[in-house]
Design a protein around this ligand. Structure first.
Ligand code: GLN
Ligand code: ZN
Length: 761
């Protein structure tokens, strides 16, 4: 009957053990053996937690990144790490983060090296280390890591299914800086994969999971052909290949996927359920079909009864050929709901983290093997929890739904076109040419963090906390006035995180304590859980902003996080379209915008740091996303009077493909990341006449280096070749919260001097 398996398990540990172990090892505070032992212990725990599945992933554990692991397995290391002292793991961390652990005895050769570039893993918030290809790239098998983990699993009696990134996805994820055609490397790559598969077969492996998530993207004929070539060449290997696609439906790749010569196909049956019927017709009769039916990207309980209604006929039809799994690796969800005693019990009852998702999977297996009556009590409990969620007044608020229903395009429309507004704003704000400003946050000092955590613990009374934050605001206002900045900010001392700060004040949001998800290496994020209709009970920022404005005659920017960013950096509801949730967030932020305006704040910045991240994997779906995302921004921002100046901020370096949508947001001023890419991204502005004002970030806040006045003047001159001088602002490329005051002050002093030099010219 049905076979149960898993594609990957979170490796960071329920208490982020791996994070702390890695960081202590990197600092030289704990020895290599301690890190190795921690890895083994985490793997063992995670395999135990997957007990009862027919196949358990092996090789999904990683000390940094699974793509980097694959590069090392393929013997594919950048040349710049060759010739250093140490072993493979030292080099591994060199590529991952620029240096291995702190070895004082090798100061020369261990000074550090450029880390590999990092980029987002498909449409998730996980970042992988980009493989670096060139014409001279070669591959040689190093199966040692995988074989060691396999031996460990086999010794523990685990039914091991090694997991690999497929050759075609591996090539697709890499970059060839010298312009080499990546697909030309396929023929060098495939023999190494074949050797690896045979090596695994020799160790008694029956099934190998090979991930090719590019099957969920649009594929040109050359990439389709590469998949066909690859799997025809690997089909003579002595293992069964389970080819795994996830993160979206197969759509037009169905035929290709169904006919690749492998023993089984895994698909994302959460987002791609509509593919299944057609696949049944397409799949050759001997092939396994693995359905990823439990959502590996979100935190909600599965409706098991509804799923069984759908699965039972499929199980009858497919028999032994049916496998079940989560839709993708569970890397993208927190580990264990049992670590969350502080979550409200009603909300807790609607959720499933990685371990709970595997419980659901086991239950499905049992229901299919033994009939539903064998698990009747569990199914009834699941149904009751979901019914409670559907009926909860915390989830459904008629007044919010009525407000969404009443949204009209007029709400997202400024009264006058930009030119009219700009003229009015110029007379009211009296800003010089090349106005200077910052992106919002100032250094989050240890004192600020201490005060905030004491306040949260209840150890600092509200009045004392408010006084402490006001003192920080006053300090940052004094510094900005002394620097001579034109548009000031309050500094965001009161914010821990730009999403959490707003989520905590909005009804409809819940927060876990240990709901960490790996973002890259040892870094984790804890996305808030958006569970219900969004209601803003009271003003969230007005008090801080008006206090800050009261200290200065210069305009004080109100500082908000935009609806699309709040959405994209949260776990969001699966019971209504993302677009609707975004509209609710937009209405809440709109209310804040209008209240700030009413309180006398003349400039309001609405950050949309994550707008680009929400882009669907398939380009054909971009317009639909951009439509509602931009409409939500317009809804939240554009209810103000002409004289109120709206800013937005985005920290990306790729604009070319979405510039029209960005312009349609109609913010009066947009500040963007440009310094690291040397204004390269302004290419977008060459072919597109951006109508409103732009502040191209003139220095990289991610580096502790102090930029020179001259370098910033040069960058602005470069920008000036594409954008009219009266459209330009001068600002850093992002918020300054991760920097220290002794870095920020000289940098901003030089930036203000750069603006003065530009004005004088
Ligand atoms: N206003 C935020 C800050 O300055 C923006 C952060 C961001 O873009 N990531 O910190
Ligand atoms: Zn930013």
């Amino acid at each position: 009957m049905v076979t149960l398996h898993n594609l990957g398990f979170p490796r960071i540990g329920a208490q982020r053990e791996l994070k702390f172990g890695l960081e202590s090892y990197w600092k030289g505070e704990s020895p290599r053996q301690a890190l190795q032992a921690l890895g083994a212990q985490l793997r063992q725990t995670h395999w135990q937690q997957q007990a009862g599945l027919d196949w358990v992933p092996v090789g999904d554990f990683s000390f940094y990144d699974q793509v980097l692991d694959m590069s090392f397995t393929l013997g594919h290391l950048p040349e710049r790490v060759q010739g250093f002292h140490g072993d493979v793991l030292d080099n591994y961390f060199r590529v991952a983060r620029g240096r291995s652990a702190g070895h004082a005895e090798h100061p020369g050769c261990c000074a550090g090296v450029a880390a590999g570039e990092m980029t987002k893993w498909f449409d998730t918030n996980y970042h992988y280390i980009v493989p670096e290809f060139s014409a001279s790239t070669t591959f040689t098998l190093d199966a040692s890591r995988l074989l060691a983990q396999l031996a460990e699993a086999q010794a523990q009696g685990v039914r091991a299914k090694p997991v690999l990134i497929g050759p075609v996805t591996y090539l697709a994820l890499g970059k060839a800086k010298d312009g080499t055609d990546k697909l030309a490397l396929l023929e060098r790559l495939l023999p190494v994969y074949a050797q690896l598969l045979d090596t695994l077969a020799a160790q008694g492996v029956q099934w190998v999971q090979i991930d090719e998530p590019i099957l969920a993207t649009e594929l040109g004929a050359d990439w389709q052909h590469a998949l066909t070539t690859a799997y025809h060449q690997l089909k003579s290997c002595r293992v069964n290949i389970l080819l795994a696609s996830y993160f979206g439906p197969l759509l037009d790749n169905k035929y290709l996927a169904a006919h690749l010569p492998v023993a089984g196909l895994h698909i994302d049956a959460v987002s791609g359920r509509d593919d299944v019927l057609a696949l049944l017709g397409l799949l050759p009769a001997h092939k396994v079909l693995s359905l990823g039916v439990i959502d590996g990207r979100n935190v909600w309980k599965t409706d098991l009864t509804a799923l069984l209604d759908w699965l039972e006929p499929l199980a009858a039809r497919l028999g032994e050929r049916l496998w079940l799994a989560p839709s993708c690796s569970l890397l993208h969800v927190p580990v264990d709901l049992a670590s969350e005693p502080q979550l409200a019990p009603d909300i807790c009852a609607w959720l499933a983290f990685a371990r709970q998702k595997l419980d659901e999977l086991r239950l499905l297996g049992q229901a299919l093997h033994q009939g539903r009556q064998a698990v009747a009590a569990e199914l009834a409990a699941n149904a009751a929890d979901l019914a409670a969620r559907r009926a909860s007044p915390r989830v459904h608020r008629p007044e919010v739904q009525a407000a969404v229903a009443a949204i009209t395009p007029a709400l997202g429309q400024r009264h006058s076109p930009y030119a009219v507004r700009a003229a009015l704003q110029a007379t009211q704000l009296q800003l010089p040419p090349y106005p200077t400003t910052t992106i919002g946050s100032f250094p989050q000092t240890p004192e600020i963090r201490r005060a905030r955590s004491a306040f949260k613990r209840g150890a600092l009374p509200a009045a004392a906390y408010q006084a402490a934050m006001q003192a920080e605001i006053a300090h940052s206002v004094r510094e900005q006035e002394a620097l001579g900045l034109d548009v000031l900010v309050h500094g965001e001392a009161e914010r821990n995180d730009m999403v959490e700060y707003f989520g905590e004040q909005l009804e409809g949001y819940a927060f876990s304590q240990f709901g960490w998800v790996q973002s890259y290496g040892s870094r984790c994020v804890k996305p808030p859980i958006l569970f219900g209709d969004i209601h803003r009970p009271q003003a969230m920022t007005v008090g801080w902003s008006t206090y800050a404005q009261s200290l200065t005659d210069k305009p004080m920017k109100g500082m908000l996080t935009g609806p699309v960013t709040l959405l994209n950096w949260s776990f969001v509801r699966d019971d209504q379209p993302r677009a609707v949730t975004c509209q609710q967030l937009a209405l809440a932020i709109r209310a804040e915008v209008l209240e700030l305006e009413k309180a006398g704040i003349r400039i309001i910045q609405i950050d949309e740091a994550a707008l680009r991240e929400g882009l669907p994997l398939r380009h054909s779906q971009w317009p639909a996303y951009l439509d509602w995302a931009v409409a939500s921004f317009r809804l939240c921002a554009n209810g103000v009077h002409d004289a109120t100046q709206i800013h937005t901020h985005m920290c990306y370096s790729e604009f070319n493909d979405i510039i029209a949508a960005i312009a349609h947001m109609d913010a009066d001023v947009i500040t963007i990341e440009t310094s690291r890419s040397h204004m390269e991204l302004l290419d977008a502005f060459e072919h597109f006449e951006y109508p409103n004002a732009i502040g191209p970030g003139v220095y990289d806040i991610h580096s502790p280096n102090i930029p020179t006045q001259d370098s910033m003047v040069q960058l602005m001159r470069q920008a000036g070749r594409r954008i009219a001088a009266n459209q330009l602002w001068v600002n850093p490329d992002c918020g300054l919260k991760t920097r220290q005051w002794n870095e920020v002050l000289p940098a901003l002093r030089a930036m203000v001097a750069a603006a003065q030099a530009l004005r004088a010219a």
